[in-house]
Design a protein around this ligand. Structure first.
Ligand code: KG4
Ligand code: ZN
Length: 326
């Protein structure tokens, strides 16, 4: 079995995964949403302190599995440096105490492997739309090592733009699920323009859309619940349309038989529905992770670690790389 640790942002999580059949034996996650909600975003110093409390609590429950472990896996990149350090320190200490090797895991690769939790085989080659709080990327995934970035964002990420809109509307944190909920109650009142529509440039951009929302809010008198819902409705529609626009351009050059959406924001049901339609029209099979494995978790790190284990990716030195994207 592999014990995996995830602490790259504001979720403390540990999982135990069976190497032989990829079955998830144990998984627990303690989120810090409540603690950060007063600040409208993650406060790194607070996140690190909370990891230092939560991780040992979860580890206590893993003790019965210690004798079955073959390796310790840990997210070491990318993420908040002070948060990553908490998980990496615990992994190092466990490695020394139990005499086990360490497998450093890239957080974004972990999100891709969220698709294969509890499944012994992975599906590759695969086109992947990765939408998280820090990243918005369209990837061509051919193997564990062969991952090509086809499109990335010039500024804000998809998930981050939801967080910022929620903050502007004073709806709480994390913004994604709340904005989605409000959007479902909204109607057509505002109309925002889809970023970069008509441009063939292969890039995402969310800062312009965010500013359109800011302007609409400042020009709107009496921003009641219904108007807030209407802002969310128009924003979500545009944000997703932008992803679909760029995807359509990429699909002209890259024919994928299998396509996936991963990352925290892949839990958005409106996004899933739109991608489903696109996949149907383009004759691609769509793959998504279970809803509770979309946001950060150690189960995806453990599943990814099985391939790292078979490839012998054990760390001699383990470093924390906060900015390391694909
Ligand atoms: O992957 P994740 O858990 O953490 C990072 O690696 O960043 O993604 C978190 C991001 C946040 O920005 C959150 O607002 C967004 O995913 N998110 C959503 C939804 N659920 C989470 N965005 C849109 N709609 C959602 N339902
Ligand atoms: Zn993530």
């Amino acid at each position: 079995m592999i014990l995996s640790i995830e602490s790259s942002c504001d979720d403390s999580s540990i999982a135990i995964t069976q190497i032989k059949d990829a079955s998830l034996v144990f998984h627990k996650k303690i989120s810090q949403d409540l603690e950060h909600s007063d600040f409208g975003g993650v406060v790194p110093e607070l996140a690190a302190r909370l990891h230092a409390i939560a991780l040992p609590k979860i580890l206590e429950e893993c003790k019965p599995y210690f004798k079955n472990l073959k390796a310790i896996a840990v997210t070491n990149e990318p993420g908040l440096s002070v948060s990553l350090v908490e998980g990496v320190s615990m992994a190092k200490a466990l490695g020394i105490a139990l005499g086990l090797p360490i497998l450093p895991i890239h957080h974004l690769r972990g999100h891709i492997y969220s698709l294969f939790i509890n499944r012994p085989n992975s599906i590759m080659p695969l086109g992947v739309l990765l939408v998280s709080g820090g990243h918005t990327q369209l990837l061509s995934v051919k193997s564990y090592d062969d991952i090509e970035v086809l499109v990335t964002t010039l500024d804000d990420s998809f998930g981050e733009s939801f967080d910022k809109v929620a903050k502007m509307l004073d709806l709480g944190y994390p913004g994604g699920p709340i904005v989605e909920e409000f959007a479902a109650k909204g109607a057509k009142r505002f109309s925002f323009t889809v970023p970069m529509r008509g441009s063939k440039k292969l890039a995402f951009s969310y800062s312009g859309l965010k500013n359109q929302v800011r302007l609409a809010i400042s020009e709107s008198a009496n921003l009641d619940e219904q108007k807030k819902a209407d802002v969310c409705y128009a924003f979500q529609k545009c944000a997703v349309a932008h992803l679909i626009d760029k995807l359509k351009i990429v699909l002209k050059e890259h024919a994928f038989e299998d396509f996936a959406v991963v990352g925290g924001a892949s839990a958005n049901l409106y996004l899933r529905k739109e991608i489903e339609g696109l996949c149907y029209r383009e004759h691609m099979r769509l793959h998504v992770a279970d809803l509770h494995f979309c946001s950060d978790n150690a189960a995806m790190i453990g599943r990814c670690a099985i391939d790292a284990y078979h490839l012998g990716r054990f760390a001699k030195e383990i470093s924390v790389n906060p900015k390391k994207s694909f």
